[in-house]
Design a binder for this molecule. Structure first.
Ligand code: M6R
Length: 592
């Protein structure tokens, strides 16, 4: 979690550039923010506050003084509460060394104890603050050496960036958390957790890989191996991201924009490179065991994949959530395959699963949106989602693209790729029935009827069971209403006790072989007083409210999810929540 961004260059407005760029990284964390700048007289000035950086209009007077070097941070709290003291940047007592950090220094308590014994005093409860003091301890041979030695002392996954008063230099290191260097034509250098921070200034980037550090000074970026201290050559890569794709345009929120963009994003996924899909299918066919891995929504997509491979290709694949992967390592060999699913490609738990798999020689296929991500670069083969930037914390368009690609793969493994693609194209052709203002209005009226609910239950069967689980995630994260998804047949084994008069229950009832069974489950709920909201191609007498979805065969998980995405969005807005930045969450979960 957390966004890091720094600028070193000819502009005197370093702090303002950092403020603007950090706003684009706010999806990574929005509990608090802070910026440090080195003024022309060498003084370091710092401003930090609790709250969202997107709400900041102007910086305090000191930060608007001319400065060519600035760094900033937008925080998702891990160690220490959401307070101004715990906001980054953190410094030594004399404020000569300034640090921002993404990730966790796992051994910080031990290191902090040692530093306290040596007389260091701390102001925050964070793990980050120790890093400034560790550098200070080693300053005898200069900032570079001190930074390197500090890196060797800390354990865990991190991206860390520091400056030292008067040196006009930024030093960063990466072990697990992304950091990317940008280089503009005017010699300006940037370092950020993600490209959008500096996209308006340059598309020329260099990646910092794990266990590497970079020193930015005098218009030059020098890279080193953190372990051996050897210098490294880096290629400047020009990326083709479009700045406007990352803007809200006329939409009130990114979440709604991204839901509506599914017409285009799905078309791109369905038209994924056939050669690539066939190559990936070949890997699946050859593998002695395939495991789908993802977290949160991507984990639910993995579950949809399990059903797709079973139903379409009659093939068993395993599913593991990234955070629960470790026990599966015992079954991996160099003939196994892992399929990692992710929007960001930076989710720590999924990355850890990949790292474990790689130690076994297991091949990695990733289905990922951010093509420049760590996950993509760790993989043997990458199927890019091409969904475009997804900024809202709640994943929508990336999710449906992931399901579309898994559908293509299942059909390709069954040697029926053409048929699968045609089915998806037909489904995509029906998206206009849902992604239009009239449909949105209908769902808004449904949201209005249930906006005061304490609980919402969602049921589905087969491929739509994980869609019920995913629907619950969508509703929880933006509406803050307690929502739970169940397999239709499981309710009567316990959860039905939760139903009382008027509890809204969403019934996902596509035209498949389970239709009668799911409708029977709906009856069981109705008999206990539930308010039934049917998501189905046809109305059924028992539904109190009907949300029509196109009939779409094996593409029903995609179609059934879309109205629930819209419902979650509408509930968030009606309940005056910010759907783009839900409380307690961040877009990329880069800590374990
Ligand atoms: O970037 P990833 O797809 O790897 O992220 C995984 C989850 O953190 C993510 O899907 C999360 O559950 C979403 N906020 C759900 O909308």
């Amino acid at each position: 979690m957390c966004g890091i961004f720094a600028y070193l260059g000819p502009s005197e407005k370093a702090a303002e550039i950092v403020l603007k760029g950090l706003k684009k990284l706010e999806y990574r964390g929005y509990d608090s923010w802070g910026i440090a700048a080195e003024q022309e007289n060498g003084e370091i000035v710092i401003e930090k506050h609790v709250g969202k950086i997107s709400e900041v209009v102007t910086l305090g007077k000191e930060l608007t003084e001319p400065a060519h070097l600035a760094m900033g941070h937008s925080r998702w709290a891990t160690h220490g509460g959401v307070t101004e003291y715990n906001a980054h940047p953190h410094t030594t007592e004399n404020q000569d060394i300034v640090v921002v950090h993404n990730g966790i220094f796992e051994n910080y308590l031990e290191l902090k104890g040692d530093l306290i014994k040596k007389g260091h005093q701390f102001r925050s409860e964070t793990d980050t603050e120790i890093f400034a003091h560790l550098i200070e301890e080693e300053m005898e041979e200069g900032f570079e050496v001190a930074f390197r030695r500090a890196c060797k002392k800390v354990h865990g996954r991190f991206g860390v960036l520091a400056m030292h008063k008067g040196e006009k230099t930024l030093i960063a290191a990466r072990r697990g958390s992304p950091l990317i260097v940008g280089k503009a034509k005017d010699g300006a250098l940037f370092i950020a957790s993600d490209v959008p921070a500096f996209l308006e200034y340059t598309k020329d980037i260099m990646y910092l890989d794990d266990n590497q550090m970079v020193i930015l000074a005098d218009k030059t970026a020098r890279f080193y191996d953190m372990e051996t201290d050897q210098s490294l050559e880096k290629r400047l890569i020009t990326i083709d991201w479009k700045e406007e794709e990352a803007q809200k345009g006329s939409y009130a929120h990114f979440m709604l924009k991204e839901i509506m963009e599914q017409k285009e994003s799905l078309a791109r996924a369905i038209n994924s490179d056939t050669e690539l899909i066939l190559k990936a299918a070949e890997m699946i066919k050859k593998a002695y065991g395939t495991t789908l891995v993802g977290c949160g929504t991507a984990g639910k997509v993995a579950m949809v994949g399990e059903y797709l491979f079973a139903n379409v290709a009659k093939k068993h694949v395993n599913v593991k959530f990234g955070s629960e992967f470790k026990s599966a390592r015992h079954f991996l060999t160099d003939r196994s395959l892992m399929i990692a699913i992710s929007q960001s490609g930076e989710t720590a738990d999924t990355l850890e699963a990949i790292e474990i798999a790689k130690t076994k020689g297991t091949k990695i296929l990733s289905i990922v949106n951010v093509e420049t991500s760590t996950m993509a670069r760790l993989s043997d083969l990458v199927i890019p989602l091409k969904a475009g930037p997804e900024k809202a914390v709640a994943s929508t368009k990336a999710t449906t693209s992931q399901i579309a690609i898994l559908t293509l793969l299942a059909y390709a493994v069954a040697d029926r790729l053409k048929e699968g693609k045609q089915m998806l194209i037909e489904a995509e052709g029906k998206l206009n029935d849902m992604l239009n203002p009239r449909y949105e209005e209908h769902i808004e009226s449904v949201a209005d009827q249930i906006k005061g609910a304490k609980d919402i239950m969602i049921i589905g069967r087969d491929m739509n069971y994980p869609i019920a689980l995913e629907s619950a995630i969508k509703l929880q994260e933006v509406s803050y209403i307690h929502a739970e998804g169940f397999a239709g047949g499981e309710l009567k084994h316990g959860p039905i006790a939760l139903i009382s008069e008027g509890t809204p229950c969403i019934i996902i009832a596509p035209n498949d072989e389970y239709k009668q069974e799911i409708l029977s489950n709906a009856m069981e709920l109705k008999a206990r007083g539930a308010l039934l909201i049917g998501v189905s191609p046809d109305n059924a007498e028992i539904f109190d409210i009907w949300i029509k979805v196109p009939s779409a065969g094996n593409a029903s998980p995609i179609m059934d999810l879309i109205p629930i995405q819209i419902l979650a969005y509408k509930l968030a807005v009606l309940r005056q929540n910010n759907p783009d930045m839900p409380r307690n969450l961040a877009k990329s979960v880069t800590v374990k």
